[in-house]
Design a protein around this ligand. Structure first.
Ligand SMILES: NC(=O)c1ccc[n+]([C@@H]2O[C@H](COP(=O)([O-])OP(=O)(O)OC[C@H]3O[C@@H](n4cnc5c(N)ncnc54)[C@H](OP(=O)(O)O)[C@@H]3O)[C@@H](O)[C@H]2O)c1
Length: 336
């Protein structure tokens, strides 16, 4: 049995869902994988850098009283030392312009000798190559399965099960928030009501304009191109339009025709090796690979040199699914 010190950097919807999931799965981790853990660090801008080397009480984690039982570090280096971190879960908010400060945080985590696990796609756009090399050089893991399709296997699918394939292109529906807003307007209700529903489900980015204006999908396209196609695509190179210009009549007509609008992301490798990428609302017919994606469901369709089409659909993922992606990364990082 090995005991790991786990730390949360960012403790919002996803971080808290992971804390609940760790409690629910504690027995499975112990029995099936010989893994025991305690939570020795929790940090965010409002919480500060809280550390407790003998472990916070998981049942009350997040309450002020529970966090007061630890000590407050001055910054990330001291926090990593005081919490004796073995694994850090980074779930701070998306920064689509630079991926910061999450990249600096994850660099410090890997340099301290801990495994780094993130749900933050911005990091993959601006810091993937550096953090991946740093992790390899230190014999640690840098994993990020929840960053693109919640817990659905996308990165591990390529890493573990598809050796020697070349990815030619992909298309995807990556934003539950835009699906829900569009479907709410198709049903005759308002944009604002759709956004409220998505926020209540916990699937919206900290800043909802990141979903509505297509930034979330754009950053995901770049993350996938970086990791799976080895091309450092940046958001400025993606032709991007969001869903603000869609009006209810247009949406209702498209739905009645059987070809509803979705915010679709596409990327394909050109003859010269560069990637051409676009994010925009498109009408999608029922027989197309992305044709049955509704509500909070998400999907990605790959075209590979070895397979004409391979589609992964995540049917109605929720916060627990996202948390599961982080938990799976943790198990995969530490198992022998
Ligand atoms: N929600 C989802 O369904 C979902 C799915 C997949 C991936 N993700 C990704 O997971 C991450 C977290 O999402 P969430 O829904 O949990 O967001 P959230 O509820 O807004 O939580 C974000 C957390 O990060 C902290 N934070 C923000 N900026 C920080 C900084 N500069 N330094 C330290 N802490 C900081 C916030 O606390 P303070 O304000 O106190 O700093 C908060 O604890 C995002 O990168 C998102 O893209 C989310």
């Amino acid at each position: 049995m090995k005991q790991y010190n786990l730390c949360f950097l960012g403790f919002g919807k996803v971080g808290r869902a992971l804390a609940r999931l760790l409690t629910a799965k504690a027995e499975d981790l112990r029995e099936a994988y010989g893994i025991e853990y305690r939570i020795t660090g929790v940090a965010s801008r409002t919480i500060g850098w809280q550390a407790k080397a003998d472990g916070f009480d998981l049942a009350t984690l997040g309450t002020n009283n529970s966090l007061k039982t630890g000590s407050t570090s001055q910054g990330i280096s001291e926090w990593l030392k005081e919490s004796k971190a073995d694994v850090v879960f980074e779930t701070t908010s998306l920064n689509p312009d630079s991926g910061q400060p999450a990249i600096d945080y994850l660099r410090a985590v890997l340099q301290s000798g801990a495994h780094a696990i993130t749900a933050n796609k911005g990091v993959l756009v601006y810091g993937f190559q550096e953090l991946d090399q740093l992790a390899r050089a230190g014999g640690k893991q840098f994993l990020f399965e929840s960053a693109v399709l919640d817990s659905a296997p996308v990165f591990s699918l390529f890493r573990e099960t598809l050796p020697a394939v070349k990815l030619r292109s992909f298309s995807g529906i990556f934003s539950s928030t835009t699906n829900i807003i569009i479907e709410t307007m198709e049903a005759g209700r308002t944009f604002a009501e759709g956004l409220k529903t998505a926020q209540e489900l916990g699937v919206t980015e900290t800043d909802p304009s990141h979903d509505i204006d297509g930034w979330d999908a754009t950053v995901k396209v770049c993350a996938l191109a970086n990791v799976l196609m080895n091309v450092p695509l940046k958001p400025a190179e993606v032709a991007r339009s969001g869903i603000r210009e869609l009006n209810p009549n247009q949406l209702q007509r498209a739905r009645a025709e059987g070809k509803p609008f979705k915010l679709v992301a596409r990327a394909s490798r050109q003859q010269d090796g560069k990637i051409s990428a676009i994010v925009r609302p498109e009408q999608i017919g029922p027989l197309e690979p992305l044709g049955n994606v509704r509500g909070t469901s998400l999907a990605i369709h790959f075209e590979l040199d070895m397979m004409p089409g391979l589609t992964v659909t995540s049917h109605r993922p929720n916060l627990q699914s996202t948390a599961y992606g982080l938990l799976a990364d943790f198990i995969n990082a530490v198992r022998e």
